[in-house]
Design a protein around this ligand. Structure first.
Ligand SMILES: [Zn+2]
Length: 353
């Protein structure tokens, strides 16, 4: 069903773009929205005059075309096409500015925020030139243990081990599932399954499980520091000078609900202070590592506030409105590679938002 809907979006989006009527649809969506409180599968005739201005926060991680031993980055072409659509039709704000506008109840028309998580070097090499060319700002969340240190985050180490292993299968690790590791597809499935399992563990258990994974896969050590996976501070500073903004994403990227609250505070404080020291800016935005509802809670939200942040984003899908909890901001990820399908999906989600 999901696949059918996706194919439908792609085909219809291509046609609408080719016919040049996506702009007309976007103007309609500016005036109309799905009737609030309606869960009907078909919007028509449950349409009302637009009463709310959603802010959509788009979420990206890696942006690269090259095959990666880490969890697959999104292709550059799709990112470029998505930016082109946003540049032509939206008000792109950085997250700090968006939060100020929400607080002042002054959200602009078609407000969008672009965010990139973790601090991959391809944010600088691939995403930054496109953002600069289209004069768009973005907010990049840095997990500071991996910035300018040659280190990688734990989830990338797990993916790397799976990509490097020569054993033919992984069995008896975490769950009863057996992963075949003879093909790239098999390894990709194993990466996702293993990450899902690791995220479910208490912090020390996760650290121990990574070592067990290393034994199972007969891969030891760390990925080579060249080619470099993560940003360094020169790159961060250069992007900052050109209007890119930076938010904190902890030091070590732990799942915050799986570590003691005192450690939550130090992870937040240290990552915030490290960015402020290197960049000379005030850091007021935060992204919860992994960001699913089970990865943070109200105590953790309280600590984020206490540590001086103005907002925090999750990975829960949805749009944001004036009056929403600024420490529970939703985001959305689009995988469309072409302008038409992306534009149609973007307008449809604004219509339903
Ligand atoms: Zn992350």
């Amino acid at each position: 069903m999901g696949t059918l809907k996706s194919v439908g979006f792609k085909a219809v989006g291509m046609v609408l773009h080719r016919l040049g009527i996506l702009g007309f649809i976007s103007r309609l969506v500016d005036r109309l929205q799905k009737k609030t409180g309606s869960n009907a599968p078909l919007p028509f005739p449950l349409i009302q005059k637009r009463v709310s201005r959603p802010i959509q926060i788009l979420m990206y991680h890696g942006i690269d075309d090259a095959w990666s031993p880490f969890l697959g980055p999104a292709p550059i072409r799709g990112f470029r096409n998505q930016l082109r659509y946003l540049a032509e039709s939206c008000n792109v704000l950085d997250l700090g500015e968006a939060v100020e506008r929400i607080q002042k109840r002054d959200v602009p028309h078609r407000a969008v925020v672009i965010t990139l998580d973790d601090g991959y070097r391809d944010s600088y090499v691939n995403a930054f030139p496109l953002l600069r060319e289209m004069e768009l700002s973005a907010t990049i969340f840095l997990a500071t243990a991996a910035i300018g240190t040659g280190k990688v985050l734990w989830h990338d180490r797990a993916c790397w081990m799976i990509s490097q292993t020569t054993v033919s299968s992984l069995e008896g690790f975490g769950s009863r599932i057996r992963y075949e590791l003879n093909t790239r597809e098999g390894k990709r499935a194993a990466q996702e399954g293993v990450l899902w399992y690791l995220r479910s563990l208490e912090d020390q258990d996760r650290i121990d499980a990574l070592e067990q994974l290393s034994t199972h896969l007969q891969v030891s050590g760390e990925p080579d520091s060249e080619p470099r996976l993560m940003l360094n501070w020169e790159e961060v500073n250069e992007m900052y000078q050109s209007g890119i903004r930076f938010g904190a994403h902890t030091v070590h990227h732990p799942i915050l609900s799986k570590i003691p609250l005192s450690d939550v505070a130090s992870e937040l404080r240290e990552s915030k202070e490290t960015i402020e020291r290197h960049v000379g800016c005030r850091v007021t935005t935060f992204a919860y590592p992994s960001g699913r509802p089970e990865d943070y809670n109200s105590d953790i939200k309280g600590i984020v506030k206490q540590e001086g942040f103005a907002c925090a984003v999750s990975t829960v899908t949805g749009a944001n409105y004036e009056g929403d909890d600024l420490f529970d901001l939703k985001r959305v990820g689009y995988w469309d590679q072409d302008i038409g399908p992306f534009g149609l999906r973007f307008e449809y989600s604004r219509f339903c938002a």
